[in-house]
Design a protein around this ligand. Sequence first.
Ligand SMILES: NC(=O)c1ccc[n+]([C@@H]2O[C@H](COP(=O)([O-])OP(=O)(O)OC[C@H]3O[C@@H](n4cnc5c(N)ncnc54)[C@H](OP(=O)(O)O)[C@@H]3O)[C@@H](O)[C@H]2O)c1
Length: 285
Amino acid sequence: MQTVSVVGLGIMGKALAQTLLGAGYSVTVWNRTIGKATELVSNGASLADSVDVAVDTSDTTLFCISSHQDTLSLLNEVEIPLEGKSIIELSSGAPEDACKLVSQINSKGGRCLVGMILGYPIDIGSDRSSITTAGNKSLWRDSQRMLKALAKNLTYISVDPKALSIMFSALFVSRQGYLFGMVYGALLFEKAGLPVQSYLDMLPQLNPVLEDYLEVVRKSIGSETYSNPQASLETIHDAFKDALDPYKALDIERDFPDLMSKIVARAISAGYGDEQMTAILKVLR
Ligand SMILES: NC(=O)c1ccc[n+]([C@@H]2O[C@H](COP(=O)([O-])OP(=O)(O)OC[C@H]3O[C@@H](n4cnc5c(N)ncnc54)[C@H](OP(=O)(O)O)[C@@H]3O)[C@@H](O)[C@H]2O)c1
């Protein structure tokens, strides 16, 4: 079984180390503030007294500290050669720092995979968490079993570590779109003098519709097929008119729904009125 070190025992690093211990891995830990290792050591982890020792002891070292920049600084201080060593960077940070990190590790003879954790520390080890990775593909192959112990949903996107920031942005924009929509719905209820709670109580009823949307997005964009919609762009455009009317009547902020409606109108003008809602992609390109 792969031996693993975990560098960084903040709330996330601790969850990673504890989950690996629970999965039967031999785990070595290091943290700048040593006291944070006590509980893990009493649960069976070995304590390294330096990052050098942590990296040297195990086949693979997971870094989970504040940022790529901090990982870069720690690795700058590492004196041992990294030949035969694998580093998986699970801290977040700027894409250019992820690239620097990969180059730095490669130049010392090691392999590097950069990963983005989606989920809270409490989700680690469950099917609620996911880890998306980019970087060294052979390390990805060799680490799948260990990473699967941490997150049931694993993805490898590209050798280029910058791909992770693209994935982050795409997922962030997706979920913020939904969040913004819900806030605009609450605003309308509030301004209409209606009980906002009755709107909030209805929101879970949208779940089946959202699942349908997910299927539409995956199928249509995945195959570039936008014909035979359940609801055409023309239909959605009419619905937008109805949906925007109360905002106009109450003269309240509607920048976000207006913007959506305008994009739909552009797609209709471009000749996609009888296609899927997702055909807006063609006018956004
Ligand atoms: N928490 C989450 O929900 C979550 C989710 C996904 C991804 N992440 C990512 O996981 C990483 C860790 O997050 P966290 O929630 O565990 O944060 P945290 O609880 O604040 O822990 C930060 C960790 O980084 C260490 N650290 C900070 N600066 C350092 C430096 N210059 N040198 C050495 N160690 C340093 C801290 O050491 P000390 O103990 O000595 O201060 C601590 O171990 C972050 O990059 C975060 O974006 C977190």
